[in-house]
Design a protein around this ligand. Structure first.
Ligand SMILES: [Zn+2]
Length: 147
């Protein structure tokens, strides 16, 4: 799933569950969301379509904006759980950066093999991504504004 949806789900877990219980729940949420059909393209492509780059850039910007917003509102539990929910994708981003932008991510260990094995990515997966994000976003805002 997108970083935005991982961050939103983790932030909501952090809003509704106390730390430290929220941390393992947020981590598990990552794999539950990744197992749902979600956005992605055939990673064997050497030339990455501009649409994909736009989605990934926008997603990264939105996820970072959510993190900054949670910090501005001093919602540290939401920020921590949201970050934990995104954490498993650091291995994928790290691979991408270490291999000169190679989108054909290969599992380097058992964790990555498991993580890549549960993915169900399709171009039409943007639809479930938008539904999940649009459902969680108003709840995220409500929890931010809650004193
Ligand atoms: Zn993932």
């Amino acid at each position: 799933m997108t970083a935005t949806n991982h961050a939103l789900s983790g932030a909501l877990i952090g809003a509704f569950l106390a730390l430290p219980v929220a941390i393992p729940v947020a981590l598990v949420s990552h794999f539950v969301l990744d197992a749902l059909p979600h956005y992605g393209i055939n990673h064997n492509h050497h030339s990455i379509p501009s649409t994909y780059k736009t989605v990934v850039f926008s997603d990264t910007a939105i996820a970072l904006a959510l993190a900054v917003t949670a910090a501005i509102f001093h919602k540290w539990d939401m920020l921590i759980a949201g970050s934990v929910a995104y954490l498993p994708d650091v291995s994928v981003v790290s691979y991408y950066l270490r291999h000169g932008g190679d989108m054909d991510i290969k599992a380097e260990n058992k964790f990555m093999k498991f993580h890549l094995g549960i993915q169900h990515e399709y171009p039409w997966g943007i639809i479930p991504e938008l539904i999940v994000g649009a459902t969680m976003f108003p709840i995220f805002i409500a929890q931010l504004l809650k004193s």
